[in-house]
Structure formats: C-alpha cells, structure tokens
Design a protein around this ligand. Structure first.
Ligand code: NAP
Ligand code: MN
Length: 265
C-alpha cells in the first residue's frame, strides 16, 4: 500500500506558495505520503496553482495513465482544481479517503504530420498567425466534409468545453460522454466558402482530419492546451478521442455541474 503513496509536487516556486505547500507536506507525512523528486517515480501528481498549472503538470509529465492527478488551487477552486491550498481541512478529509471519488477525464490524441503525437485535456487550437485568413480542409473518417476559411478551428474535449470552446459558442459537454467538439473561429461564409457554421460534436470512434491548404498562409499557431507547438510546418492534423484518460480526484460534493454553476451562473 505504501508505494501507492509516492507524491510528486508540481508548482512554480515562490516564497509565499512554498510556505503553504510546506503545510500540505506536513499533512501528507501524517497520513503516510512520501514526496519524490521525479514525476516518473510518483503515482500521485499534485499541481499547486490554477487550471493553467494543472494543464502544464499534465503536459510536463506526459499524461501518465498510471498516476492520479490532483489539482490544488492557490486561491479558490477551478475546473481541474478540486482543492484549495487554504483549505487544509478539506485536503485532510480527502486523505482519509471516504469522501473522494476517482474521475476519468477523456483526452484527445493529436497526430501532427503523421509523426508526432500529443495528448490534450482541453483542446487543440489552430489559429492563423498573421492577419490574413487561412484555409483548412476538414475530413471526417476520410470523408471530405468542408473547406474552412477564417481565423481558425478548435477541437475541444468535454472538460475543455467550458474553456476556449465556450467562448466560441460551443456547447458544454458532459465529461461522461467521451467525445470531441469542433468549433469555428470567425469563418468566412460566401458563395466560394461554405462551412457548417455550428459546433459539431463527434463520437469516440470518429477521426477528424484537418489539412491546411497551402496558399500563402500556411503557418498557423498550433495550440495543445496551453502550449504552443514549436513546429513550423504543420500541414496535417489527425484528431481522435484517445483511449488514454486522466485520472483525477474529486470530493463527492463537487460535481462537474457544481463547477459549471459556480463559474457561470
Ligand atoms: P489563461 O489565459 O489563464 O486561461 C484563460 C481562462 O481559462 C482562465 O480563467 C483559466 O482558468 C480558464 N480555464 C482553463 N481551462 C479551463 C477549463 N477546462 N474550463 C474552464 N475554464 C478553464 O491560460 P491558461 O490558464 O494557461 O489556460 C489555457 C486555456 O485557456 C486553454 O486551454 C484555452 O481553453 C483557454 N483559452 C481561452 C481563450 C478564450 O476564451 N478566448 C483564449 C485562449 C485560451 P485559471 O485562471 O484557473 O487558469
Ligand atoms: Mn490561467
């Protein structure tokens, strides 16, 4: 049992936060948790910060399926952070374990140019990096679907649906539905270019294929969650709902819809 209690702490070092993290360490020790220095050695990875820090913790530790990720907010609570660093009592309750539940969040797998593949828990975003529009051919399961021209396209996970996707008019999707949602950023619609114009939710078995048409503006910004890909030529992107899930912990009184209500209503 003890080797299931190896914990890696992910946070940006600053003096004030360090003091608070120290208190969490002490609490952890009391319950038999052991801190490790390398994420590979951990089976629990805790991020201290905001949702953005949680996203970074996943990217930097490569979406480990055999680890449990826990988000601790340095302030309130976010979508991926079920705990607040100022509420040690709640963390202690969680360590005693009856009040928590392990959740599995769906992720997307993005393959760029048939070579590199990445996971994301919020979204893949493709945006023009110059003021001109750019063009993307969209295929669904090898069927040519539409040619998009505009600022960009976004493919969101269910948990990412409350982030960038929502700003683009996408629907909020229940994380219990493994799926991906395609939304448009300012599409040009005229007699030459026609797109669906509404968000499109695709099921787990589908594959989306986005091919950037090279007509002078073929250097988009490719965003994987909150990280911009440093690759210059990304002409071809395949996106699927991945078999890999992110395991996280939540208190039983903090459903996805508690978070939606707390944030938006
Ligand atoms: P950021 O600029 O701080 O993020 C923007 C906001 O999105 C923050 O309030 C962040 O919360 C929140 N957020 C992140 N993931 C969320 C989720 N799954 N559901 C609801 N809200 C969420 O940058 P960041 O913290 O690194 O986060 C990156 C994310 O920002 C991207 O993955 C993208 O979804 C989103 N984004 C949104 C827009 C837009 O809405 N126009 C534009 C660019 C990026 P915290 O303050 O707790 O971090
Ligand atoms: Mn942020």
């Amino acid at each position: 049992m003890t080797d299931r209690k190896k914990v890696y702490l992910f946070y940006k070092k600053d003096e004030e936060l360090e003091k608070k993290v120290q208190k969490v360490r002490e609490l952890g020790r009391k319950y038999g948790y052991q801190q490790v220095e390398r994420p590979e050695d951990a089976n629990i990875i805790i991020s201290f910060g905001n949702d953005g820090t949680f996203l970074q913790a996943l990217q930097k530790t490569h979406f480990r399926e055999d680890a449990l990720y826990i988000g601790v907010n340095n302030g309130g609570m976010g979508f991926y952070t079920d705990f607040s660093i100022d509420d040690l009592e709640r963390m202690e309750l969680a360590m005693q374990s009856d009040n928590v539940e392990v959740l599995k969040y769906p992720t997307l797998e993005v393959t760029i140019d048939g070579l590199n593949s990445f996971h994301c828990i919020n979204e893949l975003s493709l945006r023009s990096n110059i003021i001109k529009t750019f063009v993307i051919d969209v295929y669904i399961d090898n069927l040519y679907f539409e040619t998009f021209r505009g600022d960009g396209l976004l493919v969101a996970t269910p948990t990412g649906s409350t982030a960038y996707n929502k700003s683009l008019g996408g629907a909020i999707v229940d994380p219990k539905l493994p799926s991906m949602q395609l939304t448009e950023m300012a599409s040009v619609n005229n007699n030459q270019y026609r797109t669906l114009g509404s968000p499109l939710v695709l099921g787990k078995e589908r594959e989306l294929h986005l091919k950037i048409v090279q007509d002078g503006n073929d250097h988009p910004i490719v965003g994987i969650d909150n990280e911009a890909m440093g690759v210059r030529h990304n002409y071809d992107m395949k996106v699927k709902v991945s078999d890999r899930v992110v395991k996280t912990l939540r208190m039983k009184d903090n459903l996805f819809y508690h978070k939606v209500k707390r944030s938006f209503l």
